[in-house]
Design a protein around this ligand. Structure first.
Ligand SMILES: Nc1ncnc2c1ncn2[C@@H]1O[C@H](COP(=O)(O)OP(=O)(O)O)[C@@H](O)[C@H]1O
Ligand SMILES: [Mg+2]
Length: 307
């Protein structure tokens, strides 16, 4: 990380501290993950329940994510993976329980404080979510214009730096529609990096990519997070990616975390739900809601060419 970027992130930490002057230390082992604080979780969910109407998506989820981890969140469609990321970003509020980032309770913050904290979290969305009417340059400038007070020259310097990090130095003036899926994904990654976040959230980073591009993106995720010493949470249901990227895995099933541990444990799990998911088998305890539409279920969706 360059010295200027480090200064910015310290400024932001100071701002957060000021916002919370005089408050008692939050339960989740306060402070901002600075030096000498390596045991404190960067993110913590405590007994989180989330309901949409009558539907319970998360039913008592507790999870602590530590600095330097690349945590994979596994789970079937609709198991609450994206919802979990939205809770961490403060976009959603838990129905019960608490969510902390750097010891600050996300759901207890006002809008301004939340924005300060959000500036320290990068998000890479499924399908990139670039704004189609803006050039690559302007897409990357947006988070800085909204969440920082960088000067235009500085913004352009940072954009060049981040685009170089994802090997996309020459597309600044391109429109998103001119880019391939893999290129858009890289731009999405560069955009997540512009504020030098401490945490990056990835929502299905391989979605819609061919296997080769997907591996390249996986490598990029590993290299960038190691290079910038950023913690990351990666939602995916692609097991190849999960095993490549993860330093730790959790699996969501029926609103709960049913497994949590190093990737090796997931390969040799004794939990039939985990094994079914990891091996992509159709037979097992996981109910396939699409099954009754397809009388002859085959291999998992990622391997069915089927046309
Ligand atoms: N804003 C919302 N309103 C109502 N239901 C929602 C909303 N967001 C997500 N859900 C439901 O919550 C469940 C979990 O969604 P999500 O977290 O997106 O799943 P996934 O694990 O596929 O990312 C799904 O059943 C989804 O339909
Ligand atoms: Mg999702």
């Amino acid at each position: 990380m360059n010295p200027e970027a480090a200064t910015h992130s310290i400024d932001r930490r100071d701002e957060i501290r000021h916002l919370h002057d005089g408050e008692p230390a939050p339960a989740a082992n306060a402070d901002d993950g600075g030096a000498g604080d390596d045991d404190a979780p960067l993110v913590e969910l405590q007994d989180v329940v989330l309901r949409f109407g009558k539907k319970t998506v998360l039913d008592g989820v507790s999870l602590a994510v530590y600095p330097g981890e690349r945590l994979i969140v596994l789970g079937g469609s609709g198991s609450g993976k994206s919802t979990t990321l939205r809770l961490i970003m403060g976009i959603l509020q838990p129905t019960a329980g608490r969510v902390f980032f750097c010891g600050h309770e996300i759901s207890a913050l006002g809008r301004r404080e939340l924005n300060v904290l959000r500036a320290r979290i990068g998000m890479v969305y499924q399908y990139s979510a670039l704004i189609s009417s803006l050039t690559v340059r302007d897409n990357l400038a947006l988070p800085m214009e909204e969440l920082s007070d960088q000067k235009p020259e500085e913004i352009d310097r940072i954009i060049d730096e981040k685009l170089a990090m994802v090997n996309m130095g020459n597309v600044k003036s391109a429109m998103p529609a001119e880019l391939s899926g893999g290129m858009k994904k890289r731009i999405g990654l560069a955009r997540a990096l512009v504020l030098d976040p401490e945490l990056i959230l990835f929502d299905e980073p391989s979605a819609g990519l061919d296997p080769v591009t997907s591996s390249i993106v996986d490598e990029l995720i590993i290299n960038l997070t190691e290079q910038t010493q950023t913690t990351s949470i990666v939602v995916t249901h692609e097991m190849d990616s999960a095993f490549r990227i993860g330093t730790r895995m959790v699996m969501l099933y029926e609103g709960k975390i049913i497994a949590d541990g190093p990737p090796e444990e997931f390969r040799h799990s004794s939990n039939p739900v985990v094994t079914q998911f990891v091996e992509g088998r159709t037979e097992g305890p996981i109910l396939d809601s699409t099954r009754h539409h397809d009388p002859k279920p085959e291999q998992p969706a990622t391997t069915t060419a089927g046309r």
